[in-house]
Each structure stands twice: as structure tokens, then as C-alpha cells.
Write a protein that binds this ligand. Structure first.
Ligand code: DAH
Length: 356
């Protein structure tokens, strides 16, 4: 018996030590004390022994069984601890990592409105053009068919520099810069800052316009109207808009129109019509000034205030705080930088209201 027990011990104890995981360890346990285990088989042999022999052998057998079971238990604990440590290591949390980014900055409503307008015009096939804030007389007035003595010069109170350059009073000069440098077909929009000597609830010395220009061999008023109607429907994200084109006067367009917008946007602020901006067919003299043949080409142009668009769309009442860099104001009216306007993904989250 002793011999048999020693043999079992010699086999089993190293096997326990070698077990690399709980499943292997359990297999060892079953091989010893399971139904067909080696120790279980020896237990069965006890039956044939005399009472005294049974007692002796029983003591030996139990001692070996205890020894093996203790070894199994301590190995089990070691394996469990190792497994837990491994899990803890792989699932550990690095508390020193910086937290997820929060929305620190805000996009100004005018930038947002500009981006939204550009997304719409880009979809329609317009390119973006830019021009300088400091303009010369030719591009801001003269080439736009506004000679020195023209009364329209008085309509726009201009900031002049001593060298006769000026802060542009309108983005229309970019029409000239584009036509001087590019052959038709031309389809551009130009957003930018403009400047006039004015200051009250609806005027600031610096404000923003967006200018549009299309020049081709066959362009007409119907094209102009459809571009503007489509633009305003998309920009205000509603079909509940009506349009009115009033004859007007601008030196650089003939005929010229003032565009009024009705529908939900107007009703929101208790009005029937809202003046949106000017437009018309480009005056042939402007084409000539840019060395384009008016017999071959014609086109349309439009211009409106971006600040006004932003105020209407986002429900901003006073223009002046727009430029006061007040953090409370920008936090309230600003947009999250990740909310990039696009026709397909939506122009502005929550229908123009940003989340905080
Ligand atoms: N530049 C004009 C203004 O500031 C707006 C304007 C009117 C632009 C008619 C245009 C246009 O391009 O065709 O009042």
C-alpha cells in the first residue's frame, strides 16, 4: 500500500505543480480522487483487508489524500490569483489620462451663417472668392460704374485712408477682381467684412456681406431668381417662404432689384416682408470695365448682409453685441466647432439652436 501511495504521490504532486490553468488542475484532481481516480481505486481495495490492516492503510491513504488535496487547493489559489492579476492589468484604468475633450470654444453665429451659406452655394456649383478689406477706388466704386460724382458714393459713408485707399463698403469689388482675372463661365460667392460709418441697433461700422456673381453666355433673370429662392429655402430650412422682387437701383446692375422675403421668417418677427438684399443683371458697362464683351456675355449678381441672416435664423435681436467679444453672449449664441454645416448632414444642429 505504502509503495502504491508513494507512486501516486510521485506522479501527482509534480502534475499539480505543472498545471498551467484551472482546467488542467481539475483534470489532475479527477485523475486522483474522481470516480475512476487512482486514490479512489485504492480506497476500493481497502474492502478486502482485515480490520486492523484497514485501519493502518486508511491512515496512510488519508494522509496522502490530504497532502494531495492541500497541494491542489494551494495551486488553485495561486492560479486564481494569477488570473485575477492578469485581468486587473489588462482592464486597468489610467487615471492620469486627460478627460475627453469638452467644447471649450464656440463658433461665432456669423461664422456659422457664413459656413452654412457657403455649403449651400458650393452645392449649387459656386466657387468661393475673396478680396482685400483695404480696397482701392477702382474696385470699390469706379469699375462698378460709380464715378466720382455719382450720388451712390454718398449712400455709403466710407472710411478713407490718407492715400485714397478705403475700407471696402461692399463685397461687390470682388466681382471686378474676379472678372479681371478669370474668363467666363464665372460662378462665385464672396463672403467678407465690409465697413461704413454707421452705428445703431441695426448698423455697426464693420459688418458682413456675401456677394454672388454669375457670368456666362446665357444667363437671365429667371436663373437669378431661382438661385436666390433656392438659397433662402435651404438656408432657413423651410419651404414656408415667399419672395418679392422690387425694382430698385444699384449702379452696377441693370435692371436692379431689392429682394424681400415673406413667410415664417418674417412672421416670426411680426412682419410681412423682410428686406434681404440687392440683386440684378450685371450692367454692360461693368463687363466692359473688366474687358469682357457684353455682346457675348451677360450675368447676374447679388449681395446681402450675413449678420442679418444670422440674426434672423438664430433669433438674435441686437446686432451690436455680435462684435463685443462677450463670453456670456458667445457661449449662448455660439455653435460647437464639431458641428460643421453641410447640405447632407444638416446645416446646423437642432434646427439652428446649438446645444450647451
Ligand atoms: N453692394 C450692394 C450694397 O452693399 C448690394 C448689392 C446689390 C450687391 C446688388 C450686388 C447687387 O451684387 O447686384 O448695398
Amino acid at each position: 500500500m505504502q509503495e502504491k501511495l508513494n507512486k501516486i504521490k510521485e506522479e501527482v504532486l509534480p502534475a499539480i505543480e505543472k498545471a498551467g490553468n484551472l482546467t488542467d488542475l481539475d483534470a489532475v484532481r479527477v485523475g486522483v480522487v474522481g470516480k475512476n481516480g487512482t486514490l479512489t481505486a485504492l480506497m476500493k481495495e481497502l474492502g478486502v483487508l482485515s480490520v486492523e490492516e484497514k485501519k493502518q492503510a486508511g491512515i496512510l491513504l488519508n494522509a496522502v489524500k490530504t497532502e494531495i488535496m492541500t497541494a491542489i487547493a494551494s495551486k488553485k489559489e495561486a492560479l486564481e490569483t494569477a488570473e485575477l492579476n492578469k485581468r486587473l492589468e489588462s482592464e486597468s484604468m489610467d487615471v492620469t489620462l486627460p478627460c475627453r475633450p469638452t467644447h471649450q470654444g464656440r463658433i461665432h453665429p456669423i461664422t456659422q451663417a457664413t459656413e452654412e451659406a457657403l455649403a449651400i452655394f458650393a452645392q449649387m456649383g459656386f466657387e468661393m472668392a475673396e478680396g482685400p478689406d483695404i480696397e482701392d477706388d477702382w474696385h470699390n466704386f469706379e469699375a462698378l460704374n460709380t464715378p466720382k460724382e455719382h450720388p451712390a458714393r454718398q449712400m455709403q459713408a466710407t472710411f478713407f485712408f490718407p492715400n485714397k485707399n478705403l475700407l471696402r463698403t461692399q463685397t461687390s469689388g470682388v466681382q471686378i477682381r474676379t472678372m479681371e482675372n478669370k474668363q467666363p463661365p464665372i460662378r462665385i460667392v464672396c463672403p467678407g467684412r465690409t465697413y461704413r460709418r454707421d452705428y445703431d441697433a441695426t448698423h455697426t461700422p464693420m459688418f458682413h456681406q456675401i456677394e454672388g456673381l454669375v457670368i456666362d453666355e446665357k444667363t437671365n433673370l429667371a436663373n437669378l431668381k431661382s438661385v436666390l429662392v433656392e438659397f433662402f429655402k435651404l438656408f432657413f430650412e423651410t419651404d414656408d417662404v415667399s419672395f418679392r422682387f422690387r425694382t430698385s437701383y444699384f449702379p452696377f446692375t441693370e435692371p436692379s432689384y431689392e429682394m424681400d422675403l415673406g413667410g415664417v421668417m418674417a412672421r416670426n418677427i411680426g412682419k410681412e416682408w423682410l428686406e434681404m438684399g440687392g440683386c440684378g443683371m450685371v450692367d454692360p458697362r461693368v463687363l466692359e470695365n473688366c474687358k469682357l464683351d457684353p455682346k457675348k456675355y451677360q450675368g447676374f449678381a447679388f449681395g446681402f448682409g450675413l449678420d442679418r441672416l444670422a440674426m434672423m435664423k438664430y433669433g438674435i435681436k441686437d446686432l451690436r453685441p455680435m462684435f463685443e467679444a462677450d463670453m456670456k453672449w458667445i457661449k449662448h449664441y455660439g455653435f460647437v466647432p464639431q458641428d460643421i454645416p453641410s447640405i447632407t448632414n444638416g446645416l446646423s444642429m437642432n434646427g439652428g439652436k446649438k446645444c450647451d
